[in-house]
Structures are given as structure tokens and as C-alpha cells.
Design a protein around this ligand. Structure first.
Ligand SMILES: Cc1cc2nc3c(=O)[nH]c(=O)nc-3n(C[C@H](O)[C@H](O)[C@H](O)COP(=O)(O)OP(=O)(O)OC[C@H]3O[C@@H](n4cnc5c(N)ncnc54)[C@H](O)[C@@H]3O)c2cc1C
Length: 597
């Protein structure tokens, strides 16, 4: 069980128990054109809003009582509204707002600037507080901050930022289109091959945009430390940058591929600011709510508490709809699965309709995750030794991602090694955010919601299941570390919600607890995501598609049909809601076209 507890003090502090974001319950029809399994943010957006808007009668079936998947707001402690999993928004392209009219549908974002605060755990010198590093959009301020640790690094930093921005920009063409069609390019008639060759264009554009191909190749494949050590010398700066190279991933900054993870986390854009991240008013469920509202306004049916038990496969081997766990059959011409590839093919698809080789390949997909999310309700703002704000008023650093236990890469490496040895880190890497310093709707006056994204924690502890005692012990350990940086934190806690990897799997359907629906290792990206045979979103079952973040994002217009142009305009924005999320642009639009016209 996930541990969600609140103290008596918490009970007294708040009295009103709000409501979760339930979907309206119109009656499920027995037949749709398209059914979407799962009401995660991206799929809601794509399948419901886009397909429905294109005239395809669509229904979304979410098994939980609340929409949004991992982009959800929940009132776990009375009066405190948490972004229970995902907590920061980035790749929401400017055209999302206009295309989906998300502002009209209630989406409000608070920009986060400065964005990173790394306090040191050290004795201050001659009465001075411990040092800290704060980074934001103001380059001069960044240089001043970095200069506290190294003048050389302060000088190099602006060039590094430009370099990284260029590398991040070059990857966009790959995100914006389905992966290259390898079978199409290498087999079949010349006409077919030429047609499939169009899928090579994004790679060409990526190469053209990226004039420095060796640097691009290096950041995709190298350990991030190889790159950072070339640019910088100060540990707090290197470690702060390195956190983005391991966040959400069971990897170390010294492992190959961590460079790509860093790139992944800096290629966003929010409110026209490159690489910017922000908080959604009311929590991340606010994105899902706005998207669902947009979808409904076009007539999509969206249901919660509809747990899909199985995809119905007809005698012709094609998907015919789904059967819910309560036995209700719902028929459709196509089925899109927002569940992870593992859940889709091992739990929801009749195993007899898949080949043993395919099932084995699905078994080999890596879903390892290092993440335990702890949501904390506090009745006092944390007060950091390194940047004291004694009057309880937030300082600029309170709106940042606050990096604790990130003074050096050696600390991160040790934390990773603990988990690789089967145990939660003794000194875990902690990313703390306090969205309520910007958004007063989240907590009662004077109180705050604190999100602790922690790693590294394995799915099994030395080969056995997590117990409630393990969860509490890990949260206690995390709080002890926070207390060292911000004395008084432990005494301010009025409630906590602990989500270890097995809880993320059980509650949110995230296989292995993996926040990306599959590790972002080099062997599981682009044309190998989630498997080489599934890179075009089609499954071995005709009419069954993957649309969640376990597959590669894509947002290109594939069919020259005005009816579908609209879809793709939407897909274009939807797929980048979350960089790691994938909106399926109907690689088989022709198939869909045949079905619905
Ligand atoms: C702890 C955590 C922190 C994160 N932080 C961030 C962040 O700060 N920023 C960011 O951009 N991303 C973050 N992410 C990742 C982000 O949340 C995901 O990329 C995004 O939610 C993926 O969206 P999705 O629609 O593909 O899938 P999901 O959000 O996983 O949704 C899948 C949905 O399918 C439903 N489902 C599964 N099986 C069935 C079934 N049988 N019947 C009906 N429904 C079913 C599930 O209940 C779920 O609602 C985080 C994720 C986690 C877990």
C-alpha cells in the first residue's frame, strides 16, 4: 500500500475535503469509431479532442476515478491539492494554447524563474550562511552565482547554454515525426521504398540543423560527465546540471546515454521561453482537465472508473473493441492503448493472438525505475540555512527545483550504487518543489504542498516486496536529509503520501513504476521505442495501436486529406505536452480513413 497519512494537527488545520476531478458520467454507448484505453493527459488530448474533432466518434475509458494518468491533481491530505506524480510542465508549445483553446478551458501556468536552487550542506564561514547555487533565465545572475564557486565556470556558462540550446533544437525534427520506416526503406518495390524514404527527412533535417554532428552524436550517446567535465570544474554546478541527466532514469551521470536524458529535459518550451518549465494552477491535473474539457466540447465521451479487462479480437484477427472488467462489451473499429506496452500486450491482449516471439520481445522491454515520489503537506514554509527567510515569506529560491544532496557527482553516484545493490539510497538525490509559493489554490493559508521527487529506490528491496515499514523508513530518511538543509521541516509536516515504484505501478498502471512507460535508454528510443517492430505505433493486432509515452512522439501530417489535417494540427501540439509522452498520429491514417468513411 502507498502510505498516505496526516497528523491530528493536519486534521485540525484543515476542514474542507474537496472533490477530485471526476469525469461526467454519460452512458457508455455500445459502439464507437475509436476507443481509447486510458485517460492519461496525452491520449485524452489526441484521441478524444483530435479524433472527435475530425468526426470520429471517440470514447476514452479510464480505470481510475480521476482523469489525467500521471498528470493528475489529488487531494490526498484534506485541503492540500497535490500534483501527485508529474509536477512541472514544459513542452507545451505556444500553439497548444490556441489550437486546443486551453486557456479558454481553464489552463493557467505559473512560470518558474529562477529554476534551480542547490544549497550546500556546509558550515558557513565567519557567520555567513552555507553557500548555494541559484540558476535562472538571467545570465548575468547565473554567472554571479556560479562565480561563487569558479570564475572559470562562470565565464564558460553562457557558451554552454547556447551549445545545449542548439543541440536541443536539432532534435525537434525527430520528435515531430514518426521514426524512419526501416522495413519500408529496405524492402518492397522501388515505388514503396521511395515513398518510405520520406520518413528519412526528419533525420536529414536534424543533421542540417545540427551542423556540429560529432557534438550531437556525443551528447546522445556519452555519459554526461564526459561532456560536463570538459566544460566545468565546480562540483555544485556540475552536479546540478547532472541531475537533469538522471532524473527519472535508473542511471548515473557516468553511464553512457545520460547525455540524452539531459537533452530530453532541456528541449522544452513554455510561454515562448526555450527550456522553461512552469507550474500548472491547481496542480498538473489542470492540464488534463483543460484538455478533457476541450475534447468534450467537441463531443468526445470521456469516462472514469471504466477498467478495461481485455481488447476484443475478432476471428479475423482484428481489434473489435474492448471488454471492461465488469463484463461490459464496447465495440469499436479501432482501439488505441494509452496503457504501457507491457500492460497493453501482456495484460489486455489475448495472448493467443500474439506470437511467442513478440511476447518474448515485450518481456524484454526495460521498465526499471528509480523514483519514489513523496507528497508532503506542511504548515510552514521550509526555511533553508543557505538562504534564510525568517519571516516565513517565500524567497525566489522557493519557486525553484530545489536540489538537495546534489553538492557533488560523487553523492549522486553513491545514491545510484545503493539502488543498483538493491537498496534505497542512504543519501538519496532529492528534487523538492513547493508550487504553493506561486499558486495559492493548493493549500490552506500559511500552509504549503511540498513535492519530493526522490531517487534512487529499486522496485524490490534486496529481492523482496516493499513493506509499509520500508516506505515509512525511506520517507523518514528523506525528511532527515531535508531537515539538515532546512531545520524545522520535520516539525512542519501535517501529512505525507509515499509512492514507491510498486505504488506507481499499482495506482497509476506504470509498469515497473517507470515514469516514461519504459526506460529512455538508447536501445529503447526513436525507431526502437518500445520495440523496433512497434515503432510505427501499429501492433500485431490490426486496428490496435499504442498511443502512450511508451512509443515515440510524432506529429506530422501523413495524409493529404483535409479532414485529417485538423488532427495533425492538434497532434502537433499534443505530442509535445510532455516530451516523454507520445501522441500517436495514426501512422495508419489510411486504415482509419477506410474505417470511418
Ligand atoms: C512521479 C512522476 C513524476 C513525473 N514528473 C513529470 C514532470 O514533472 N514533468 C513531465 O513532463 N512529466 C513528468 N512525468 C511523466 C508524465 O507524467 C508522463 O509522461 C505522462 O503522464 C504520460 O502520459 P500518458 O498519457 O502517455 O500516460 P499516463 O499518464 O501513464 O496515463 C495512462 C492512463 O491509462 C490508464 N490505464 C491503464 N490501464 C488501463 C485499463 N486497463 N483500463 C483503463 N485505463 C487504463 C491509467 O490509469 C492512466 O490513467 C512524471 C511521471 C511520474 C510518475
Amino acid at each position: 500500500m502507498a502510505a498516505a497519512v496526516w497528523t491530528e494537527r493536519g486534521r485540525r488545520a484543515v476542514t474542507a475535503l474537496g472533490t477530485v476531478t471526476r469525469a461526467s458520467h454519460s452512458t457508455v454507448k455500445s459502439q464507437y469509431d475509436a476507443l481509447v484505453i486510458g485517460g492519461g493527459c496525452v491520449c485524452l488530448c489526441v484521441q478524444a479532442a483530435y479524433l472527435q474533432r475530425g468526426g470520429v466518434k471517440t470514447a476514452v475509458l479510464e480505470r481510475r476515478h480521476v482523469l489525467g494518468g500521471a498528470a493528475v491533481s489529488e487531494e490526498i491530505v484534506p485541503g492540500f491539492h497535490f500534483s501527485r506524480c508529474s509536477y512541472l510542465l514544459s513542452l507545451l508549445r505556444p500553439h497548444i494554447y490556441s489550437d486546443l483553446e486551453l486557456k479558454k478551458h481553464g489552463l493557467k501556468v505559473y512560470m518558474r524563474d529562477p529554476h534551480a536552487f542547490t544549497p550546500m550542506l556546509e558550515e558557513g564561514v565567519r557567520g555567513a550562511p552555507p553557500r548555494s547555487l541559484t540558476l535562472g533565465s538571467d545570465l548575468a545572475m547565473n554567472q554571479k552565482e556560479i562565480g561563487k564557486f569558479s570564475q572559470k565556470d562562470a565565464k564558460a556558462f553562457p557558451e554552454f547554454v547556447t551549445h545545449l540550446e542548439k543541440l536541443a533544437g536539432a532534435i525537434h525534427p525527430l520528435l515531430d515525426a514518426p521514426p524512419v520506416d526501416i522495413p519500408g526503406v529496405t524492402a518492397g518495390s522501388l515505388r514503396k521504398r521511395l515513398s518510405a524514404a520520406k520518413t528519412l527527412m526528419p533525420i536529414v533535417r536534424c543533421g542540417v540543423l545540427q551542423l556540429n554532428i560529432p557534438d550531437f552524436y556525443e551528447i546522445i550517446t556519452a555519459p554526461i560527465m564526459k561532456i560536463l567535465n570538459r566544460w566545468f570544474e565546480s562540483e555544485p554546478l556540475i552536479a546540478t546540471l547532472a541531475t537533469d541527466a538522471v532524473i527519472g532514469a535508473m542511471t548515473s551521470p557516468n553511464n553512457p546515454g545520460s547525455g540524452y536524458v539531459l537533452l530530453h529535459h532541456v528541449m522544452g518550451e513554455l510561454e515562448k521561453e526555450k527550456g522553461a518549465w512552469g507550474y500548472v494552477e491547481g496542480g498538473m491535473g489542470g492540464v488534463s482537465k483543460a484538455i478533457a474539457s476541450s475534447a468534450r466540447s467537441h463531443g468526445a465521451d470521456i469516462f472514469t472508473e471504466k477498467d478495461v479487462g481485455q481488447v476484443l479480437v475478432g476471428s479475423d484477427g482484428a481489434a473489435k473493441g474492448v471488454v471492461l472488467k465488469d463484463g461490459t462489451e464496447i465495440h469499436s473499429r479501432v482501439v488505441l492503448s494509452n496503457a504501457t506496452p507491457y500492460v497493453t500486450f501482456k495484460k489486455l491482449t489475448p495472448q493467443g493472438s500474439l506470437s511467442p516471439e513478440f511476447i518474448k520481445a515485450v518481456d524484454q522491454i526495460d521498465f526499471t525505475s528509480p523514483v519514489t515520489k513523496i507528497n508532503v503537506a506542511v504548515d510552514k514554509l521550509p526555511n533553508f540555512l543557505a538562504a534564510p527567510t525568517p519571516d516565513g515569506k517565500p524567497g525566489p529560491h522557493h519557486q525553484c527545483s530545489i536540489h538537495l544532496n546534489c553538492e557533488s557527482v560523487a553523492v549522486l553516484e553513491a545514491a545510484y550504487k545503493d539502488a543498483m545493490n538493491g537498496r534505497p539510497s542512504k543519501r538519496p538525490m532529492l528534487e523538492m518543489t513547493i508550487p504553493s509559493v506561486l499558486d495559492p489554490t493548493l493549500a490552506p493559508p500559511g500552509c504549503h504542498v511540498v513535492s519530493l521527487f526522490t531517487q534512487f529506490t529499486p522496485f524490490h528491496i534486496e529481492g523482496r516486496e516493499w513493506t509499509d515499514q520500508d516506505r515509512e523508513a525511506f520517507a523518514d530518511l528523506v525528511f532527515d536529509w531535508v531537515e539538515r538543509y532546512a531545520p524545522g521541516f520535520k516539525g512542519s509536516v501535517v501529512g505525507r503520501d509515499i509512492l514507491a515504484p510498486p505504488d506507481l505501478e499499482r495506482i497509476f498502471g506504470l509498469t515497473g513504476g517507470n515514469i516514461f512507460h519504459g526506460s529512455m535508454s538508447l536501445d529503447q528510443l526513436y525507431l526502437a521505442r518500445p520495440l523496433p517492430s512497434l515503432s510505427d505505433y501499429r501492433s500485431p493486432i490490426k486496428g490496435l495501436y499504442l498511443c502512450g509515452s511508451g512509443s515515440h512522439p510524432a506529429k506530422k501530417k501523413l495524409l493529404n486529406n483535409s479532414k485529417y489535417v485538423l488532427y495533425f494540427r492538434f497532434l502537433k501540439v499534443a505530442t509535445l505536452c510532455f516530451v516523454d509522452s507520445t501522441a500517436n498520429p495514426w501512422p495508419s491514417l489510411n486504415e482509419l480513413h477506410d474505417v470511418v468513411t
